[in-house]
Write a protein that binds this ligand. Structure first.
Ligand SMILES: [Zn+2]
Length: 348
């Protein structure tokens, strides 16, 4: 969703470094602490919902890393990854290292790719390259190394002859399962929206025999990124002119990103601060994502360092039970199974 990539800054925000707030004394906060304690102790017995709560699951922030590569003309660092095979190979190695670090940290990653990178994988992931990833191309390797924690989603600007269905077809052709996630779209201004068409199956332009039916959209952007959605939560957008309104009659789901800044956790920390201060109602599912610039992974050491720093900063919140890492398709499953598809549209 972000196409002009500023140099990532090390994560050292004073808010991020602030100590985790002390436990509060309202009933449902104590219940959440009990949940966290039970999880720490490995106790799997059911936790009773607090009195007055309308859902068995406690309010919690679900977060995942998301990366984009984009078409090279709209993403300067990706121009080199997409035009120089040597650079592609070093970036490939950095992707593998990032995946391993994310898994070691217990975090999750939605790798979102546009058509150009996927065609490079087709062209350049030869037997020698695949030797570094168990004989698999990088897309299949990412999708199979830990399917509950790393997934490959389609991302498309729907230019250059490829639409979202075409990109989804390329992802699947490389051996990754369909996640049903639309990895970025325009919601405003309403006349420029690109998402309502996903309520019905989309037929490929380049692969017209392929039809794709997404389950959820993520990354609501504005034309030229002047007014991107910073909503958190999961809901069914009502219409082009009422994006932030839930309509239970709709089946297409939106997963809010809270913040789309590169390696920025301000939106995540804001949600955790509000949760810790007792400002969020119980029984709600909050969502947030953290962008990784894929094409910078190999040429800027600050990127991997920031990924590690972010997982460390968020670890205490995970231990408390206030935050859970989950890929976007996993968030969708949790919303349905544990939050009974209860909509939440949180606009900070
Ligand atoms: Zn993009």
């Amino acid at each position: 969703m972000t196409h002009t990539l500023p140099l990532p800054r090390p994560i050292a925000s004073p808010r991020a470094a602030a100590p985790v707030p002390a436990p509060r004394h309202r009933t449902w906060h104590l219940a959440r602490a009990a949940v966290a304690a039970a999880l720490c102790a490995g106790v799997l017995t059911a936790i009773q919902p607090p009195a007055g709560a309308q859902s068995a699951a406690p309010s919690r922030v679900f977060v995942t890393f998301v990366s984009h590569n984009d078409e090279s003309f709209s993403n300067e660092p990706c121009r080199w990854v997409g035009s120089d095979r040597a650079r592609y190979i070093t970036n490939r190695a950095a992707i593998v290292e990032a995946a391993q670090r994310i898994l070691e940290a217990g975090a999750t990653w939605d790798v979102q790719s546009d058509w150009e990178y996927l065609t490079r994988v087709q062209q350049w992931d030869d037997e020698q390259a695949r030797g570094a990833t168990d004989g698999k191309n990088i897309v299949r390797w990412l999708a199979e190394i830990a399917p509950a924690r790393i997934v490959v989603d389609a991302h498309s600007h729907e230019r250059s002859g490829y639409n979202y269905a075409d990109v989804a077809a390329l992802v699947q052709a490389l051996g990754a399962p369909d996640t049903g996630i639309v990895g970025g779209f325009i919601y405003t201004p309403a006349r420029s929206e690109t998402w309502t068409k996903f309520r019905a199956p989309l037929t490929g332009k380049r692969f017209p025999s392929f039809a794709w039916q997404p389950q959820a959209i993520w990354g609501g952007a504005s034309r030229n990124h002047v007014n991107d959605s910073n909503a958190s939560g999961i809901w069914r957008p009502a219409s082009a002119t009422a994006f932030h309104t839930d309509d239970p009659a709709q089946r297409l789901v939106n997963i809010g990103n809270a913040t789309g800044g590169i390696l920025a956790i301000d939106g995540t920390i804001d949600l955790l601060d509000r949760l810790g201060a007792g400002q969020l109602p119980p029984g709600r599912m909050y969502t947030s994502t953290i962008m990784i610039p894929q094409c910078e992974l190999d040429n800027d050491p600050a990127v991997l360092a920031s990924v590690a720093s972010i997982t460390q900063t968020l670890a205490p919140y995970v231990a408390r039970g206030d935050l859970a890492w989950a890929t976007l398709p996993e968030m969708l499953r949790i919303w349905r199974d544990e939050y009974q598809s209860r909509p939440n549209v949180f606009l900070p």
